[in-house]
Design a protein. Structure first.
Length: 176
């Protein structure tokens, strides 16, 4: 099943596949405090190793039909502002579909994560990909927790250092 939102759009964003050419644009994300922790990366990686790790993971997902992050392009400026998508995750031995999102620091606080997350949720439920979708975030990542709440999700449980929020298709339909 294809979980990628390639060629999808919102009011401000266009979704496309991430390419190797996006590396230098994405690199500044890994200068920020806590990004490696929030993205679940191994400890002790340099900024370059973190970006390499991220891109390897993105392309692994594409190649193995595990969903994936899409590049988010500002439709007005053409700027690459972040990544978002639907990801297959294993949570306590259960396969779940997750909405993932990550925005470059200079675009934080402008509502892009929320806009992308809503598009991912709606895409999932309109295409009947799953009956429930989740967002997982590190317990210290309050900004992502706020995005999950605004996306109609409620706290489901905590697994290790991660909070899991979810929303069902039935809940989504009721909110329409």
């Amino acid at each position: 099943m294809n979980y990628l939102l390639t060629n999808q759009e919102t009011d401000r964003l266009q979704f496309r596949l991430v390419t190797a050419a996006d590396y230098d644009t994405w690199f500044p994300l890994f200068k920020e405090d806590n990004v490696a922790k929030f993205l679940g990366m191994p400890d002790g990686l340099s900024q370059t190793e973190q970006c390499d790790y991220w891109f390897k993971k993105v392309f692994h997902r594409y190649e193995n039909n595990l969903g994936g992050m899409n590049a988010l392009i500002d439709k007005q400026t053409g700027n690459f502002i972040g990544q978002a998508g639907l990801l297959i995750q294993t949570v306590q031995d259960e396969e779940r579909l997750e909405i993932g999102y990550s925005i470059l620091p200079k675009y934080w606080g402008k509502g892009y994560a929320q806009e992308a997350a809503i598009k991912c949720r709606d895409f999932c439920f309109k295409n009947e990909l799953r009956d429930t979708i989740i967002s997982m975030m590190h317990v210290d990542n309050i900004a992502s927790e706020i995005v999950a709440f605004k996306n109609g999700m409620t706290f489901e449980k905590q697994v290790d250092d991660y909070k899991i929020f979810s929303v069902s298709r039935a809940q989504w339909l009721k909110s329409k």
